[in-house]
Design a protein around this ligand. Structure first.
Ligand code: EPZ
Length: 427
């Protein structure tokens, strides 16, 4: 038995949808919240399964977690204990690796199992480990603990230093930042990632008493050694969820308002939508798609994924579903991940003319889509299939929806409110 999503497509959507808190901020803010000596309250928490997995890990460490309401977490580290993180929960998501930087910093050592996460090809953590070693930690792989990494700070603790990242890795930037907060002296991370989520985590750490500046630039500076307290923090909106609803609106709405967004986080996506013929307007916290004709043939385009503020890799998969409505040959070149095209064969089952040539996906349209039984191979493939299902003629059945539930808060509920015929069923 399996829970699937079923969509009867070709229905016009309209109305207003509110974006939830950023998954990619939340999964770092939760480990960061234990770095201080007092409780941290986080507002705007999305209802996604990655959060449940992280709360399970916090409780394994003796951290008290309460949820006064659906979108608020109170994380109280006052009875927290220094324990190894070796349970299966660690393998449920990639972001469990943030406990490396957090616990190495807080306790001076950590034994942790290797993380899980979406299958997007090889996803090493060499840059994270390089950063920890440069801060003075030793990295080893104890034989008695299979598939685990042991990080130990030197006598006297971690020491601030200059670190240059070969790749502006989001995860490495955040993980090293969390450890560097405890390192004595100044740490400079060169070629740091500039994603809005980095700013969000640094902002909360500064509210806890850290001294971090340069966030959002490629030179991130952490003056370490300041004791951290508690704080309250509101998570930034999820720019990838917002992009997903922009694409849903472009595909199926005449008129849709997307609220609780930061348009400045979406310039790469908005400019591409305008290029293919989608009109949008925005205020400082909402985006409006209007006068759209879901049957209009769109223009083709070429997308190259880049680190922020370039076109976000997480958006190329759902964008591909919309490109089936472009007249001509569009390309999507993936410069961040080696294997992020598993959605193409699934879209082809629905009538798309889409294939991969090396690091580039090629979509030739316009092709009408029809319902089919398809599989979400990863989180954003799932998003692409939902969009295609909304566009398709007939019914689409999506399997492996656990991937979708990792990163989208109440996707089917939000879409039903916009007029979609979408439901979950056990098959
Ligand atoms: C974060 O992953 C996001 N996940 C990803 O979103 C997102 O696609 C990615 O950043 C890029 O924006 C979270 O924030 C939880 P990276 P992360 O380290 O930190 C290579 C989604 O759909 N690399 O910036 O893992 C890596 O293999 C998910 O929400 C190394 O080689 O991404 C990749 O090719 C998917 N060594 C590139 O860098 C390292 O030590 C960028 O990875 C680290 C990364």
């Amino acid at each position: 038995m399996e829970e699937v999503i079923k969509i009867r497509g070709s229905r016009r959507l309209n109305g207003t949808v509110r974006i939830s808190g950023s998954k990619n901020s939340t999964v770092a803010l939760i480990p960061a919240a234990v770095l201080g000596s007092e409780p941290v309250t986080i507002y705007g928490v999305p209802k996604i399964s990655d959060v449940d997995a992280l709360i399970e890990l916090l409780r394994e460490l003796g951290v008290e977690v309460t949820q006064p309401d659906e979108e608020t977490l109170i994380i109280d580290p006052r009875n927290m204990e220094d324990r190894p993180l070796v349970s299966d929960a660690v393998t449920k998501l990639r972001a469990s690796y943030y406990f490396m930087g957090a616990l190495l910093g807080k306790y001076g050592k950590v034994l942790i199992r290797m993380p899980g996460g979406c299958n997007l090809g090889k996803r090493p953590i060499d840059l994270h480990l390089k950063g920890f070693e440069l801060l003075g930690a030793t990295v080893s792989y104890p034989e008695e603990h299979e598939d685990c990494t042991l990080l130990v700070a030197p006598e006297g603790g971690l020491k601030g230093t200059d670190i240059f990242l070969d790749i502006p890795s989001v995860g490495a930037t955040i993980n090293i930042m969390m450890a560097a907060v405890f390192a004595k002296g100044r740490t400079i991370i060169g070629n740091a990632a500039k994603e809005p989520e980095i700013i969000d985590i640094a902002t909360m750490l500064n509210r806890m008493g850290a001294n971090i500046y340069g966030m959002g630039t490629d030179r991130l500076v952490i003056e370490g050694g300041h004791p951290l307290k508690g704080c309250t923090h509101e998570i930034i909106p999820d720019r990838i969820e917002a992009a997903t609803y922009l694409l849903i609106a472009a595909a199926m709405a005449d008129d849709m308002e997307i609220t609780n967004v930061i348009p400045a986080h979406l310039t790469g996506i908005l400019s591409k939508l305008e290029e293919i013929g989608i009109k949008t307007d925005h205020t400082n916290d909402s985006i409006h798609i209007y006068g759209n004709d879901p049957h209009k043939v769109l223009k083709p385009t070429d997308i190259i994924t880049k680190p922020y503020p370039g076109f976000a890799t997480d958006v190329q998969q759902p964008f591909t579903a919309l490109l089936t409505r472009s007249g001509g040959r569009s390309t999507v070149t993936e410069e961040i991940y080696a294997a992020r095209f598993k959605h193409l064969p699934e879209l082809e089952k629905m009538g798309a003319n889409a294939h991969q040539e090396g690091a580039t996906g090629i979509i030739v349209g316009p092709t009408p889509l029809h319902g089919a039984v398809v599989t979400a191979t990863d989180l954003r493939c799932g998003a692409a299939l939902v969009i295609a299902g909304l566009m398709a003629d007939g019914e689409t059945e999506i399997h492996e929806i656990k991937h979708i539930d990792r990163g989208y808060d109440n996707l089917d509920g939000k879409l039903r409110a916009l007029g979609a015929d979408i439901r979950r069923e056990i098959v």
